[in-house]
Design a protein around this ligand. Structure first.
Ligand SMILES: C[S@@+](CC[C@H](N)C(=O)[O-])C[C@H]1O[C@@H](n2cnc3c(N)ncnc32)[C@H](O)[C@@H]1O
Ligand code: SF4
Length: 381
């Protein structure tokens, strides 16, 4: 079986930089000057990655950011038609676009759907005005509600992003956000615990009242209970989905699949014929990325082969995030290494009751999943 190949496209601009965010994103006043050169550069940059397609159909496309819902519907149409001229997409390929409620425009959402976007992912974060203010979001609760309502009306498949463990947040408040989110019957819910990422405003000026470990644990339990009550499965550390609606694009990352990557700072991974794994990276700064593509027709700042000794940790870091892990044959198929390579680490974890004894899946036990960092340490080179 060929390794599935996905495509990630990064749009780096936002209305405002959120104080907790370490994504490669930048505030911009108006996108009208950057949209056309950006689209041209995306399609030009795809040209140089075509040699890694190796006759595969594209499994999924994810237009992430930043805030890609700042791109006009005309622009999204040009990106999608440009891609289909150069690549063959699987018949039911999932095509996701990330949207921020601060850019809400119902007519535009409808056009996105008509143009081929199959899944909308909305960054709600909270439905509570006070927490949205503390997070420095550009939108209020009213806009979050309007956006979730429109996503549910227009898209059969949509995700809502929530954050919990917010400054001063109580258990009840975290649960209320989750209850509000599921009232829209999303097919997918992502619940991220707020983390203070290095080099962000919050890392420098930590907000007061971040919940402690016990409260965070209770919040996670509350979210698990609420999502379970509406038949959503907790299939990955931060992701919950209705049956049949797991995010195909992210699943491909977690199952150690391949992905092309276009746009500033985007990272890609491809497996070459001889099972050498190549990782590559685009220039991080949007200006240098645009410039180098224009002058040298390459957006890539780095390409490197993954050394064999780094593969076990890389593979497990992704695969064991999944509650059900991955089929054991993925190991050999996707790493090119014999199962022996991880035998001693696996046996040690088995003896500690942290991984499942199953012979057909690589999977943690419930206990192993709660101590994922400890499990992963065993695979460090
Ligand atoms: C690229 S953003 C999504 C789309 C859009 N940029 C937005 O914020 O609305 C991906 C998601 O990551 C989550 N996220 C970003 N920074 C985080 C942090 N420091 N801690 C926890 N979650 C974070 C947020 O839920 C966010 O919606
Ligand atoms: S809108 Fe999203 S990507 Fe942009 S700064 Fe905020 S969290 Fe980051």
């Amino acid at each position: 079986m060929p390794i599935p190949l996905s495509l990630y496209i990064h749009w780096p601009w936002c209305l405002k930089k959120c104080p907790y965010c370490d994504f490669n994103s930048y505030a911009i006043d108006s996108v009208s000057d950057v949209e056309a050169p950006y689209i041209e550069a995306i399609l030009c940059s795809l040209e140089e990655q075509l040699e890694w397609v190796q006759n595969r159909e594209i499994h999924s496309v994810f237009i992430g950011g930043g805030t890609p819902s700042l791109i006009s519907d005309k622009g999204i149409g040009e990106i999608l038609s440009g891609i289909s001229r150069k690549l063959v997409l699987e018949a039911e390929a999932e095509i996701t676009l990330e949207a921020n409620p601060g850019t809400f425009d119902k007519r535009r959402f409808r056009s996105y759907k008509d143009l081929g976007i199959t899944r909308l992912s909305v960054g709600i974060q909270s439905f509570n005005d006070e927490f949205l203010r503390r997070l420095g979001r550009v939108h209020d609760a009213r806009m979050a509600l309007k956006t979730a309502t429109a996503a549910a009306e227009i898209f059969d498949n949509f995700n809502l992003d929530l954050m919990f463990g917010l400054p001063g947040q109580s258990l009840l408040e975290a649960e209320n956000d989750c209850l509000k989110a599921i009232s829209f019957s999303p097919t997918h819910l992502s619940c991220y615990q707020l983390t203070l990422e290095p080099n962000t405003y919050f890392a420098k000026y930590p907000p007061k009242g971040i919940p402690g470990t016990d409260l965070l644990f209770e919040m996670s339990q509350g979210i698990a209970r609420i999502t379970e009550s509406c038949q959503m499965r907790h299939y990955e550390v931060s992701a919950y989905a209705k049956p049949g609606f797991q995010c195909e694009h992210n699943l491909n990352y977690w199952q150690y699949g391949d992905y092309l990557a276009l746009g500033p700072g985007a990272h890609g991974k491809v497996t070459l014929d001889d099972k050498l794994i190549l990782r590559f990276e685009n220039f991080k700064s949007p200006i240098s990325w645009l410039e180098t593509i224009k002058t040298k027709t390459s957006g890539l700042s780095q390409k490197r082969h993954v050394p064999k000794e780094d593969i076990p940790f890389e593979f497990m870091l992704d695969a064991l995030r999944l509650r059900k892990g991955v089929p054991v044959e993925f190991w050999k198929e996707r790493t090119g290494l014999p199962l022996n390579t991880i035998k001693s680490a696996w046996e040690k974890l088995l003896a500690q009751g942290l991984v499942e004894p199953s012979t057909n899946r690589l999977c943690t036990t419930e206990k192993g999943w709660s101590f994922l960092n400890e499990v992963l340490m065993e695979f460090l080179p």
